[in-house]
Every structure is written in structure tokens, then in C-alpha cells.
Design a protein around this ligand. Structure first.
Ligand SMILES: C[S@@+](CC[C@H](N)C(=O)[O-])C[C@H]1O[C@@H](n2cnc3c(N)ncnc32)[C@H](O)[C@@H]1O
Length: 198
């Protein structure tokens, strides 16, 4: 899928929201692993940016416990409606919002997950700057895809070598951004860990 403007992205995901999770029935352990990489602690505040139907939210909730808080935001109202239908408001506060204009307060989150998000953004670096604004110093940002970069790009009709999640491109991007790139697992799943400098 070529990068789209926000309206086109919403139009793309809206009809896919209902039954979204039925298409990926085996992904739960992969999302659990992605959330583990955030290294959240009880009492932390965590954000799922582009949460979709909220597949990761139960894992984030169990990491931060009853004393922590989880927020899920997604730009497609139908995705958030499906998250609500699935009962995900029991695990997180859910909002319809563009990640680029969250109106969330600065330096607040201990950990941020962005699963399946970055390749859909018209300007990933602007969004990474916004996520850095709301992250606490030392916070982790996990960029995750439950399939490989090659499979993902094949699905979207993108060139894996020029994708924003290609290791060389993400490394260059982070050089200019307030994120330190700690690790990239570019295997059967894609999982990059970024850290907000202290
Ligand atoms: C591939 S889906 C992944 C959803 C979910 N994270 C998951 O893994 O199941 C991408 C999601 O990103 C959302 N999205 C795309 N651009 C966005 C933006 N600028 N702000 C917030 N959400 C966005 C879409 O609405 C969609 O729900």
C-alpha cells in the first residue's frame, strides 16, 4: 500500500475494522513479545499509537497493572469502535486521534507501542518527533510488525529496501531525531526498539 494521506488511510481501514482480528488469529503471542520489549513496570503510563482494534492493549494492561494506565489512539473511528465492541475499554482509555496531533501532555509516557503504523504515515519523522515529545526521558518506543518486512512490503506493494522500517533507513532517520535506535529484529517479525535519551 503506498503511503496515503490521513483521509485515504481512514477510508482504507474503515471497512476492514469489523473482524480485523479474525484475520490474524495466531498473532497474540507475537504481540505479547512486542509489549515485553517495552519493559513496562507496574504503575507506568503506556501508549498504543495506532492501536487499531487494540490487540496489544490487554498485554500492556497486564504489564502496568492496576496502578498503571494505558491509552490507545487511532485515527480511524471504525477501528476504535471495534476496539470498544471487543471490550478493550476495560484495559485502556481509547481515543480517535491522529498520532501527529495527539494533544497529549509532554514527557508523560514510559513506553509507546507503534504496531503496523509507521509505513502508513505520510511523514514518519514528524510522527516520531511527536512521539518523542510525549515520551519520558528513557522511555522506549517499539516499532512492531507481526510479519517480516519483506512480507509486509509485498502485501503493500512497497520496495522493502526503501521502506521506512528498512534498517538502513530507520538508522539514518534516528540519527536526526530525539530517539536512540537500540535494536532491530528484522526477521520473521519486525521489532525495533528506540529509546528516548535521558
Ligand atoms: C495495520 S493497522 C494496525 C492496527 C494495530 N496496531 C494492530 O497491530 O492490529 C494500522 C493502524 O494505524 C492507524 N493509523 C494510520 N495512520 C494513523 C495516524 N496518523 N494516526 C493514528 N492512527 C493511524 C490506522 O487507522 C490503523 O488502525
Amino acid at each position: 500500500m503506498p503511503v496515503r494521506d490521513l483521509h485515504s488511510t481512514q477510508e482504507f481501514f474503515a471497512p476492514r475494522a469489523e473482524g480485523w482480528e479474525d484475520r490474524f488469529p495466531d498473532d497474540d503471542p507475537l504481540f505479547a513479545t512486542a509489549v515485553e520489549a517495552l519493559q513496562l513496570q507496574p504503575g507506568d503510563l503506556a501508549l498504543d499509537a495506532g492501536c487499531g482494534t487494540g490487540r496489544a492493549l490487554p498485554f500492556m494492561r497486564s504489564s502496568v497493572g492496576d496502578t498503571g494506565s494505558v491509552v490507545g489512539i487511532d485515527a480511524t473511528p471504525e477501528m476504535v469502535a471495534e476496539a470498544l465492541r471487543l471490550g478493550r475499554s476495560d484495559t485502556a482509555s481509547l481515543f480517535v486521534s491522529d498520532v501527529l496531533n495527539t494533544a497529549l501532555p509532554p514527557q508523560r509516557f514510559h513506553g509507546i507501542l507503534a504496531a503496523g503504523l509507521l509505513p502508513h504515515l505520510p511523514d514518519p519523522s514528524l510522527t516520531l518527533i511527536e512521539l518523542a515529545r510525549i515520551a519520558l526521558p528513557g522511555a522506549r518506543l517499539v516499532l512492531f510488525h507481526p510479519i517480516s518486512r519483506a512480507a509486509l512490503c509485498g502485501r503493500h506493494g512497497d520496495d522493502p529496501d526503501t521502506s521506512v522500517i528498512a534498517p538502513a533507513i530507520l538508522t539514518d532517520l534516528c540519527d536526526d531525531l530525539p530517539w536512540d535506535l537500540e535494536s532491530i529484529d528484522d526477521g520473521d517479525q519486525y521489532l525495533a526498539v528506540l529509546r528516548r535519551p535521558l
